[in-house]
Design a binder for this molecule. Structure first.
Ligand code: SAH
Length: 232
C-alpha cells in the first residue's frame, strides 16, 4: 500500500489526515524502516508493508470503536502498534504505550522526538505490573499480537474504567474466545462485539474483539505472569 493508497483507504474508514499527520506517518515509516536495518523490531520491512500491515491495520480499530478522545493504554505495543498510530491520528486521545522490551522502548522514545507529538506516554514495564497499580484509569485498552485472549483480559481489564472497552486485535481466534469464558467471568467483563474482515491487497484475515468491563476487577487480578499463563 503506497502512502497515497493509505490516505484513500483511510477515507473509507472516515479518517481524513491533515498534511501534518501525513508527514508524521512518513517520518515514522522512514525511521522504522531504517532502524529495523540495524535493530530487529519487526518482520515487516518495506515501506508499502509498513503502511498496510502496521499503519492501516492499526486504524482498522475504528471499524469497531470511536477513539477520537479519552485515555488509551496499548499493551505490548512493540514498535507502536496500534498505539502510536492512534496517537498520530487522534491528537485529543491520551495514549500510554507499555512494553517490557527495552529495545522497543528505546525506539519509541527516539521516534517520539522526531514526531513531535505530546499525547504519548511511554512505559517500560511488564503490562501486569503496570495495570496492577493503575486501576480503572483508562477508557480503552488495545493490544495486537501479544497474547491469547484470556491472558490479555487479565492483563488489561484491571486498568479499564467500568463500562469501558478492551479491544483485542487478532487473526483467527475462535479457540481463544472459547478458552476465555472463565477469564471473562472472573474479571467481570463480556464480549459485546466481534467483527471479521480481510485487509486490502489480500494482506490477511482480521478479527477485532470488543469487551466491556461491567464491574470492578477483584484485587487479586492481574496475578503474576506465570500464574496467568497457567489459567484461572
Ligand atoms: N503490538 C505490536 C507488537 C507485537 S509483538 C504489533 O502488533 O506490532 C509482542 C510485544 O508484546 C513485544 O514487543 C513484547 O515485548 C510485548 N509483550 C509481551 N508480553 C508482555 C507483557 N506481559 N508486558 C509488556 N509487554 C509484553
Amino acid at each position: 500500500m503506497t502512502e497515497q493508497e493509505f490516505i484513500e483507504e483511510l477515507q473509507k474508514l472516515n479518517i481524513t489526515l491533515t498534511q501534518t499527520q501525513i508527514n508524521q506517518f512518513h517520518i515514522y515509516a522512514d525511521f522504522l524502516q531504517k532502524y529495523n536495518e540495524h535493530t530487529n523490531l519487526t518482520a515487516i520491512k518495506t515501506l508499502e508493508d509498513i503502511y498496510l500491515k502496521h499503519f492501516y491495520d492499526s486504524l482498522t480499530l475504528t471499524k469497531i470503536i470511536n477513539l477520537d478522545q479519552g485515555k488509551l493504554l496499548d499493551i505490548g505495543t512493540g514498535a507502536g502498534f496500534p498505539g502510536l498510530v492512534l496517537a498520530i491520528t487522534y491528537p485529543k486521545l491520551q495514549v500510554t504505550l507499555v512494553d517490557s522490551n527495552n529495545k522497543k522502548i528505546t525506539f519509541l522514545k527516539e521516534c517520539l522526538k522526531l514526531l513531535k507529538i505530546a499525547n504519548v506516554n511511554i512505559i517500560s514495564d511488564r503490562a501486569e505490573n503496570y495495570t496492577r497499580t493503575h486501576r480503572e484509569e483508562y477508557d480503552y485498552v488495545t493490544s495486537r499480537a501479544v497474547a491469547q485472549l484470556r491472558i490479555l483480559i487479565e492483563l488489561g481489564i484491571p486498568s479499564l474504567k467500568i463500562n469501558q472497552y478492551l479491544i483485542a486485535m487478532k487473526s483467527h481466534s475462535e479457540d481463544e474466545v472459547a478458552d476465555s469464558q472463565i477469564a471473562l467471568q472472573k474479571l467481570n467483563c463480556q464480549i459485546v462485539d466481534q467483527i471479521n474482515f480481510d485487509l486490502p491487497n489480500n494482506a490477511g484475515y482480521r478479527t477485532l474483539i470488543k469487551i466491556i468491563k461491567n464491574q470492578e476487577t477483584p484485587s487479586i487480578y492481574p496475578r503474576t505472569y506465570d500464574k496467568i499463563k497457567k489459567k484461572i
